[in-house]
Design a binder for this molecule. Sequence first.
Ligand SMILES: O=C(O)CCC(=O)C(=O)O
Length: 293
Amino acid sequence: MSTAEVARRARWDDPVGLVDASAKARFEQDGVVLLRGALHPEWLLLIEMGLGRVLADGAVTKHEFFAGTEGAFRETVRNFDVAPEIRRLMFDSPIADILGAFMGSEQVFYYSDEFFIKDRGGSKRTPWHQDTPYFPVAGSQLASIWIALDRLTREECLEFIPGSHRQTLYDGFDPGHPGDTDKGFYGEGLPQRPDIEADRSAWNIVGWDIEPGDVIVSSPSILHGGGPTRVEGRRRALAIRCFGDDVVFAERPASRPTVPLTPGLGLHLKPGDPLRSPWYPRLRPVPPWQQHG
Ligand SMILES: O=C(O)CCC(=O)C(=O)O
């Protein structure tokens, strides 16, 4: 076995070992960390099977961004609810352990997951935004992981502005009008997003070449935006959001529904209550009925 192969297998045997003190410090400070080769190909196969299921399922809503244009792409939310492959991924793979290690939380709860499907070539950018404004949550133990099934160039990767998770929280973009830089999601309460694409050189933007198995862990409060695909390219990615012990329910402006939609949640929880609900199953410790053997 080559040295590279030995190193690869060591990462698969102990992916949580990649979350060392320096990775945690970078997560704190920058709000984003790349972990090379963290996921075994079997987990990628499971994700691909889950994607195949949701794409084939006519009952699953495919949200179309930039609908009606050549650069349109699709997104599906809370695939956990419809795809057993995604449920098994959450309980069986090391993803929840990795996120728990970054968040410093023993308990890890599922918040949501999203496929971003740019499989037609020439797909547009995903607009710059932060995720936290869309979520009815407050607290510090929040983390997302972004997993691409395809090899990507730096230009196609999800991009980030390190440190922005500790700065201004901006209003989101409107998924129905993603090209509008002058409109927000709520249009109240939070400042308007800056137009980062209009002057990229003014911002410290990071991104990477990606190989299947690499993952990017980030704070949902970081400013991030998704690269476009080349005409001959494709970029199928799964983003998973989890939270830990300290996260509580928080109100958002009533003008728009939060993402994903959780009708009734606000009738059970009041602002400041720990975010505990069947909407958000506990992944770690793994409940006994989800354990193997
Ligand atoms: O993959 C993309 O283009 C967008 C991903 C994203 O915005 C997210 O994971 O929050």
